[in-house]
Write a protein that binds this ligand. Structure first.
Ligand SMILES: COc1cccc(Nc2ncc(-c3ccc(C(=O)NCC(=O)Nc4ccccc4)cc3)c(OCC3CCNCC3)n2)c1
Length: 335
């Protein structure tokens, strides 16, 4: 009976992944036919971590970016929290790299620019991610990356490093100042993780790796890593600026946006502003929904502008997604 409300509008399919507190299932939004991901969390299992989920949900309501996984709807029952999220049909960037051994500099640059766009957007809104790694970067059906935070680690800037031990998995992407237990700036730590990510894209393996956690920490703090001969000199320069052990000497997002490696063959700096403008409601979608619900456009607009993240918000975002993908803006069965 916990699934009744969610089952009214979604047909639940297979599990696509599970992590500490959550299980993620693929599902179909029945009124639009669109595929979504539903993250299911058990409130009892979450225990003291329940407030973190609420924080994350509020954060996601403010994070509207084409390279950040979108939240469509939240359903809370007595024992469960369901987050209806954007589904990425290409799976994890991690698997994509593993399948190809390593990516070319051209493909690495295309992906890395999207990561820079999403992270810069977050930082400008005052958020740090703290768990940037290929498992938290998903590929959508247009080969675009979508940043997620599966481990409930996204926190507003600044924070204690105990977050790392309690919620973030492998420290292979963690900045030296973070694992040293010092207080640290979330955005500086994100820049380090982006260095580890770029290294993983270009090489197909990690700059700092060891089965022994103590050895791994020593390698991270040393800041020394192998430089295979396929790396270009510009790649080496950028990696050196990102994987700077001293956070105060590390490159900043502003310097990253138009870095010579980032703009090479692209000609333009990274555009980090969001392509989504949620302030103005889309007329076609409002029309389809008001006709379907047999209410006036004004009534439907007023309802949508509450942004309750209920089934109306989900229908709106999913119809809008259909429209931008060139599919008909049509609602099927009763909404
Ligand atoms: C094709 O085969 C496949 C194979 C695999 C996956 C897919 N697709 C597919 N699509 C969508 C998801 C998903 C999206 C968002 C969230 C989430 O937790 N959002 C919350 C969120 O993003 N906060 C946030 C973001 C930025 C800043 C602040 C907060 C959770 C899951 C998924 O998950 C599967 C997991 C499995 C374990 N590793 C991580 C992904 N998988 C498809």
């Amino acid at each position: 009976e916990e699934y009744n409300e969610i089952a009214r509008h979604y047909r639940i399919k297979e599990t696509v992944g599970s992590g500490g507190f959550a299980k993620v299932k693929r599902a179909v939004h029945l009124p639009t036919g669109e595929t979504v991901a539903i993250k299911i969390m058990d409130k009892v299992a979450l225990g003291a971590d329940l407030p973190r989920v609420k924080t994350e949900i509020e954060a996601m309501k403010n994070l509207h970016h084409h390279h950040i996984c979108r939240l469509y709807q939240v359903v809370e029952t007595s024992r469960k929290i369901f987050m209806v999220l954007e589904y990425c049909s290409g799976g994890e960037l991690f698997d994509y790299i593993v399948q190809r051994d390593r990516l070319s500099e051209i493909e690495s640059r295309a992906f890395f620019r999207q990561i820079v766009s999403a992270v810069t957007y977050m930082h400008y809104l005052g958020y740090a991610h703290r768990d940037l790694k290929p498992e938290n970067l998903l590929i959508d059906d247009e080969q675009n990356l979508k940043l997620i935070d599966f481990g409930l680690c996204a926190k507003p800037k600044g924070g204690m490093s105990d977050q790392l031990y309690t919620c973030c998995g492998s420290p292979a992407y963690a900045a030296p100042e973070l694992i040293a237990g010092k207080s640290y700036m979330g955005n500086e730590a994100d820049l380090w993780s982006m260095g580890v990510l770029l290294y993983a894209l270009l090489n197909g393996f990690l700059p700092f790796d060891d089965d022994n956690i103590g050895m791994l920490y020593r390698k991270i703090k040393s800041g020394k890593y192998d430089t295979p001969d396929w790396l270009s000199s510009e790649s080496l320069i950028l990696l050196k600026q990102l994987l700077q052990v001293d956070p105060k000497r590390r490159i900043t997002v502003d310097e990253l946006l138009n870095h010579v490696w980032i703009t090479k063959e692209m000609g333009v700096p990274v555009e980090w502003n969001s392509k989504y403008q949620t302030s103005v409601l889309d007329d076609d979608v409002v029309t389809e929904m008001s006709v379907h619900r047999k209410v006036s456009r004004e009534t439907m607009k007023a309802e949508l502008e509450k942004w309750n993240y209920d089934y109306l918000t989900a229908a709106y975002f999913l119809l809008l997604k259909k429209k931008t993908s060139g599919r008909p803006v049509r609602l099927q069965m009763t909404l």
